[in-house]
Design a protein. Sequence first.
Length: 84
Amino acid sequence: MDAGSHDPTTRDTPDTRGFLSEQPERRTFESVFARLVATAGVVGIGTALGAILVAADVAGWIAGLVVSIVAVALAAMLWRSRKL
């Protein structure tokens, strides 16, 4: 086979291995539980970041803004993941 040919038996999709394996298929309970634990982690990170910013005498609205942006970014990554 030359470099330009395409093998139909191979997948065109990128490597999709994630944190949790796909085999065997996870039960709904396991998937929901994993998302809840990860969401609790996002809340914990936001709380720690807020406490650090308040302890550093950062204005309240700036601390709130930073914590909100970080929480939304982490939650978006979490819920977009099809492996959880």
